[in-house]
Write a protein that binds this ligand. Structure first.
Ligand code: 28F
Length: 639
């Protein structure tokens, strides 16, 4: 019997070994030590409170960013059981915070719908924090414990009565020797917390920023769950809803739950966001496929039924029935299987059946009961269908003229010699003069240059037929070779890296946003596959005699001025890429050895979609801000 009960020292050794493994390879446990990883720590702790809410025991979660950049999370749940863990001979709270939970979230699967997996992730946060303080209020009593770099620093202690309080309070400060950045971004946390409050209807999440000059408080509380989510999305200037109520569908099978909420607006874009066990599935998966199939089927059947399309008509395509659609799909299942490297694609085939079944049954029912809404939706899809036919004709016309054939390359393109797309890159360069410099200094073995002329079309407000006809986009489509929209095929992509190089001014920002919008809406695969990059030209040249420095920010400029000694130092602001001579352009922006590229990611699909809709829809000014916000879905890469 006694060999069942580990002695305290043995337990401690094992615990420390486990936490050491986390500190050695943080990426294995939280994916990355970048800004994203930093925020992930908060999600891990909040997830435990959410589990308590799913168990029906917690109503309110408070997340606070403190002036020292520590974060606290508090819930009003039951608190962690206060006794000892017999097997390990440690207080249960200490087990939750120091013992690595094998097969945890990153081990895949393991989700229980009504709680039961509390605490997975807490030990990882502990291992990666300079310190963690926990206050546990349970059954009227209050207990505390403090950890430093994962190890117990002040032992578990009964402090006395909790004065009626219950729940867990955790405050932690991420370890600055592990994370590249340690300053939390309120908006990043807010986006995720809002998403969680939609996905867990009724849970109230309060977010507080206590840092000087940044004081802020937001209360997130949506009784309507994913219906509120759709309403929220349709309110962010994404377009005006074309029917009053959000359509909501829900069903259960073998303990799995699927929920769908959807509403059409008058835009041309589709916004489908899916989740499995409250985690965003950015790459979709079976639940999304099931939904899309059933939607196309149901809308077509209804269109036939009301005589909008005849039996021998070709019918409405998936793209037709999704134009202007905002939809949230949320599934909860016990044994989630994820595909793809990023684990952002759901693989369980039973989820395809379940979402298909729910949407097939419930949507038909809804349309029968709401024929006025049915008519509006069919009209929208028919209009989309006609536009798509027009686009097809436009494309065939341009095809006939050969402009979109892969074999035709645009005249302005200075191609590279290498044919293996894994090794090549193409610079999309704003303006002919910068294009000229780039052509002069590039390494033509693997670098191609495509100067862009004229204004790039704002595709956010245009349908596909306009895209095909637009002269500013055709050279890009031709040069990349991978087609757009339904024709997109990444196998045919001619360059591994597509690098947008534009000035660091307002016009440059504008072009970057227009190009990113185009890629996001019509070649999203390129962003998902990590092919799109932003070049980073320097903002200043600082020189004194022969000594020369390039600065990429105001602070960096000041630093160099100081370094070179203030006397006789000159600094100039580059007004545009065209001002740099070819050697400077090569050195600062194009030489793979010395340049910095920002990789564009769709990490935060919701924020991304929102940004494109908001910025490229109607507003004109906030574009500069956009580039700063880019940092959230643009990952800094030194290549
Ligand atoms: C600020 C972060 O971590 N909240 C938590 C609970 C509640 C229970 C629990 C947590 C039981 C067996 C460990 C209470 N009563 N917020 C949080 N709230 N953990 S973490 O249980 C822990 C597990 O091993 C809880 C009954 N069952 C569960």
């Amino acid at each position: 019997m006694s060999n069942e009960v580990k002695n305290y020292d043995d337990s401690q050794i094992q615990v420390l070994e486990g936490l050491e493994a986390v500190r050695k390879r943080p990426g294995m446990y939280i994916g990355t030590t970048s800004l994203r990883g930093l925020h992930h720590l908060v999600y891990e702790i909040v997830d435990n409170s959410i589990d308590e809410a799913l168990a029906g025991e917690c109503n309110c979660i408070t997340v606070t960013i403190w002036p020292d950049n520590s974060v606290s999370v508090q819930d009003d749940g039951r608190g962690i059981p206060s006794g000892m863990n017999e097997k390990l001979g440690l207080p249960t709270l200490e087990v939750v915070y120091t013992v690595l939970h094998a097969g945890g979230k990153f081990g895949g699967g393991g989700y229980k719908i009504a709680g039961g997996l509390h605490g997975v992730g807490a030990s990882v946060v502990n291992a990666l924090s300079e310190w963690v303080e926990v206050e546990n209020c349970r059954d009227g009593e209050r207990y505390t414990e403090r950890f430093e770099k994962g190890a117990v620093a002040r032992p578990f202690k009964h402090e006395g009565s909790s004065d009626g309080k219950h729940g867990l309070y955790v405050r932690f400060k991420p370890d600055g020797t592990i994370f590249e950045e340690t300053v939390f971004d309120f908006d990043i946390l807010l986006t995720r917390m809002r998403e969680q409050s939609f996905l867990n209807a009724g849970v109230k999440i309060i977010m507080i920023d206590k840092r000087e000059g940044m004081e802020r408080e937001e209360v997130l509380h949506y009784e309507g769950g994913i219906v509120s989510f759709v309403e929220y999305l349709n309110n962010e200037k994404r377009g005006t809803p074309i029917h009053p109520q959000v359509i909501y569908m829900k069903g259960e099978e073998n303990g799995s739950i699927a929920e769908v909420a959807m509403q059409y607006n008058d835009s041309y874009n589709e916004t489908i966001i899916s989740f499995a066990n409250n985690m965003a599935t950015i790459e979709g998966g079976t639940h999304e496929t099931g939904f899309k199939n059933a939607l196309t089927k149901a809308i077509n059947e209804y269109a036939k039924k009301i005589g909008a399309i005849k039996g021998d008509d070709k019918g409405l395509s998936g793209d037709d029935v999704r134009e202007g659609l905002v939809a949230i799909i949320s599934v909860k299942l016990t044994d989630a299987q994820f595909e793809s490297q990023t684990k952002a694609k759901l693989g369980n085939s039973e989820m395809r059946r379940l979402t298909d079944k729910i949407v097939s049954e419930k949507l038909e029912e809804f349309l029968e009961e709401n024929p006025a809404v049915g008519k509006i939706i069919i009209e929208k899809a028919m209009a989309a269908n006609r536009a798509r036919e027009a686009a097809r004709k436009a494309r065939e016309l341009t095809r006939r003229k050969n402009v979109l054939e892969v074999s035709t390359l645009p005249g302005k393109l200075a191609d590279c010699n290498e044919r293996d797309a894994r090794l090549t890159e193409v610079y999309l360069v704003e303006g002919d003069s910068a294009g000229g410099s780039a052509k002069n200094c590039r390494d033509s073995r693997f670098q191609a240059i495509l100067p862009l002329r004229g204004k790039v079309l704002n595709v956010e407000k245009a349908r596909l037929d306009k895209v095909y006809a637009n002269t500013s986009l055709i050279p890009i489509i031709q040069a990349l070779g991978c087609g757009i929209g339904e024709d997109f095929n990444i196998e045919k992509l001619r360059y591994g890296k597509i690098i947008i190089m534009a000035d660091a001014d307002v016009d440059g920002s504008h072009i970057r946003v227009l190009l990113l919008t185009f890629f996001f809406r019509h070649m999203r695969g390129l962003i998902e596959n990590g092919n799109i990059f932003l070049a980073q030209p320097p903002l200043y040249k600082v020189h004194k005699g022969k000594q020369l420095r390039y600065a990429f920010s105001e602070e960096e400029k000041d630093m160099y001025v100081e370094e070179l000694g203030t006397k006789g130092v000159e600094s100039e602001r580059y007004k545009g890429l065209g001002e740099m001579d070819p050697e400077q352009l090569w050195e600062t922006t194009m030489n793979p050895e010395t340049r910095t590229l920002l990789k564009v990611t769709v990490e935060d699909a919701i924020a991304c979609d929102e940004i494109f809709s908001v910025l490229m829809g109607d507003m004109v000014e906030p574009r500069r801000e956009f580039i700063e916000k880019n940092a959230k879905f643009v990952e800094n890469l030194d290549i």
